[in-house]
Write a protein that binds this ligand. Structure first.
Ligand code: ADP
Length: 424
């Protein structure tokens, strides 16, 4: 394998991370999940809907036409390749587009269509003839804000009268200059500055407020308070929308402070299984051996895309990494190398080959069943068939492999990397 074939992206997996680093990881994982995903995640679970007014009829839509979107927006939706609403969108969109506006808390795993849903809601509620901010969306990091901004730009492609401003670090603005853009997306600190210190935005004129990635948001020092301060400046009657991929108690408490009288939509994560995965291990005696085995496997995989997990300590900034991951998603890169830490929360559904160059371990160096399953497992009947290869290079790693085999009660066969017919 030539150096140029694979790109190295990783965080330092020294197993001794501070809380701050753990938090940063969540934002990084979330960004990588967005970048790597080219399709909406299918999910066979039932959407749970809790309506604020249990007597009002429950609306759900199966087509975008039923939503009576502005033609420019419907065109944007189709141009993005969306044929029908995703599972979460079926319920969330009618609620968000209802008159009078309804508040919403929605939780579903990454990739289920939350961003697309609230972007469509924001674009629908904007009055392009009014030249001031009407929709405000806050995101936990600069990169995530930019990513969401891209979706707004894409979906609003045929609605050019609607403009977007980024309230993020580095976007220097002078005090008192009024912002004319109808939608503002940014991070909480800068948005607060724009509202209070610089007075660029009049929060009283905001009609739709979106708080995205609430779970990542509260993991960052200060973001929770800043978000609540922003929310308190908004007028009565402003629509409040909050989204999260997970729903721990802390997220829930925060959500209830930010969103009064909410409707609630939840979609449980689909269970992962190893049923559709062929699992193998390769015995290696040395580092060199391991590398050679990897090269052989790489050579044998002609079409598939592979993700390789290993412990390495080398840094690349997220911005740089993002570009390579996008190339990987678009099929221009065949291999993505990543480490344990940054991979724990990454969804690899569309990757058909996963190589554990180093087996997953928890902080204390013990087997970590959940991470093993999440790295190589697939969800339900939508999951494509996959191949997982584990590199075993010591007595200890053999023991760990056996633990995984026993735990999941699935055989992990030995693979001879000099004879790879079996895996093609
Ligand atoms: P989330 O915010 O839940 O992570 P996104 O809105 O980013 O999910 O959607 C995940 C991926 O699925 C994106 O690539 C997006 O363009 C695509 N997508 C979203 N909604 C649909 C839809 N209704 N049909 C097809 N693809 C969709």
């Amino acid at each position: 394998m030539e150096a140029g074939d694979a790109n190295l992206h990783q965080t330092d997996d020294n197993g001794d991370k501070s809380d701050e680093e753990e938090k940063e990881d969540r934002a990084t994982q979330s960004l990588l999940n967005k970048l790597i995903r080219s399709n909406v995640v299918n999910n066979t679970n039932q959407v749970e809907v809790l309506q604020r007014d249990p007597n009002s009829p429950l609306y759900s839509v199966k087509t975008f036409e039923e939503l009576r979107l502005k033609p420019q927006l419907l065109k944007g939706v189709y141009e993005m390749g969306f044929n029908r609403p995703s599972k979460i969108q079926e319920n969330a969109l009618p609620m968000m587009l209802a008159e009078p506006p309804q508040n919403l808390i929605a939780q579903s795993q990454s990739g289920t269509g939350k961003t697309a849903a609230f972007v469509l809601a924001m674009l629908s509620h904007v009055d392009p003839s009014l030249k001031w901010p009407q929709c405000l969306c806050i995101s936990p990091t600069y990169e995530l804000a930019l990513q969401t901004g891209k979706v707004i730009e894409q979906m609003g492609k045929f609605y050019p009268e609607v403009k977007l401003a980024y309230a993020v670090r580095g976007h220097k603005m002078e005090r008192g200059v009024k912002i004319k853009e109808q939608i503002v997306i940014g991070t909480p600190g800068t948005v607060l500055d724009w509202c209070i210190k610089l007075k660029l935005i009049d929060p009283k004129k905001i009609k739709v407020f979106v708080l995205d990635e609430a779970d990542v948001m509260i993991a960052t020092q200060g973001h929770q308070d800043q978000s609540i301060r922003i929310q308190r400046m908004l007028p009565k009657g402003c629509q409040m929308l909050l989204f999260s991929a997970t729903f721990e108690d802390s997220v829930w408490k925060f959500a209830e402070r930010v969103v009064p009288d909410p409707n609630i939509i939840k979609l449980k994560r689909e269970e992962e299984t190893l049923d559709t995965i062929k699992q193998y291990y390769v015995l290696c005696n040395s580092k060199e051996d391991k590398f050679n085995a990897l090269c052989n496997i790489y050579g044998a995989i002609t079409i598939a895309q592979a993700m390789i997990f290993c412990h390495v300590t080398n840094w690349l900034a997220v911005e740089q990494r993002a570009a390579v991951i996008e190339r990987f998603r678009d099929g221009k890169e065949k291999v993505l190398i990543t480490t344990n830490v940054c991979a724990r929360g990454i969804d690899v559904e569309q990757v058909s080959v996963v190589i554990n160059f180093d087996l997953p371990l928890d902080k204390d160096g013990n087997p970590d069943n959940e991470t093993y399953l999440h790295r190589i497992g697939r969800t339900g009947r939508f999951g494509k068939r996959g191949l997982a290869v584990n590199m075993v290079d010591s007595q200890r790693s053999m023991e760990i492999l056996k633990t995984y085999e026993r735990h999941f009660n699935k055989k992990i066969g030995r693979l001879d990397t000099d004879d790879l017919d079996e895996i093609e």
